[in-house]
Write a protein that binds this ligand. Structure first.
Ligand code: SF4
Length: 220
């Protein structure tokens, strides 16, 4: 695979972060509170799959592993699109090997609406960029996407899934993504470590898991 949604967002925060992900992932230090937040987000995402009632989930694992079988997921998604399945979760797509899996696609008269689920009380711009990346890949695969929503975590725990319409903003990222995805693709394959000076990007929008590695000279 070339660039995934996570690769793209991490590479746009810092190119070196993406390069290290591909070449030296063992250097990551993920703080326990960050891991706990990621786990809670996954759990919220799993619960959200049923927010529209019955659904079909596209997740397929490689035999004997907890690693997604992306090829099988893409194939399964195509089968459900052809069947007109009303709600498809973890719908997987690839365009020139760039890849995304959408949390929820919901069928409409004209195509599908896209839902990106976030375990957060409000919409952040980073979430809209995530949804924009999915729109970019899915639309280039020939699927007509109507509206784009971020599903946030509302205050009512009995019904916490609150969709926010971000269609215009998410679709507006199309050109920005196209302008950067091919450069990130090329850069991540460079054999030499990419040189980037530490700076504001080390903490914004997310604290980097390579912080100790890149700041080792200033820490000791
Ligand atoms: S610590 Fe900073 S410079 Fe190093 S990879 Fe992360 S964001 Fe980039």
């Amino acid at each position: 695979m070339a660039i995934t949604k996570t690769d793209f967002m991490r590479g746009m925060q810092c190119r070196k972060m993406l390069w290290l992900d591909k070449h030296k992932p063992g250097l990551r230090i993920i703080p326990p509170e960050v891991q706990a937040r990621l786990d809670a987000g996954n759990e919220f995402g799993d619960r959200a799959m049923g927010m529209f009632g019955p659904y079909e989930e596209m997740t397929v694992y490689l035999p004997g592993k907890q690693i997604p079988d992306k090829k099988a997921m893409i194939q399964k998604t195509q089968e459900h699109l052809a069947k007109g399945t009303p709600v498809i979760c973890e719908a997987a797509f690839s365009n020139y090997n760039n890849y995304c899996a959408a949390d929820i696609l919901r069928k409409t008269d004209a195509g599908y609406d896209l839902y990106e689920v976030k375990n957060a009380p409000e919409v952040h711009e980073q979430f809209v960029r995530d949804a924009g990346f999915q729109y970019y890949i899915i639309s280039r695969c020939g699927v007509k996407i109507g509206r784009v929503f971020i599903v946030i975590h509302g205050p009512d725990e009995a019904n916490p899934f609150v969709p926010q319409d971000v269609t215009q903003q998410a679709k507006g990222y199309y050109r920005w993504i196209n302008d950067n995805i091919w450069d990130l693709n090329r850069m991540q394959k460079e054999p030499e470590e990419v040189a980037v000076e530490p700076g504001e990007q080390c903490r914004c929008p997310y604290e980097c898991w390579y912080y100790a590695y890149c700041h080792r000279e200033t820490l000791f």
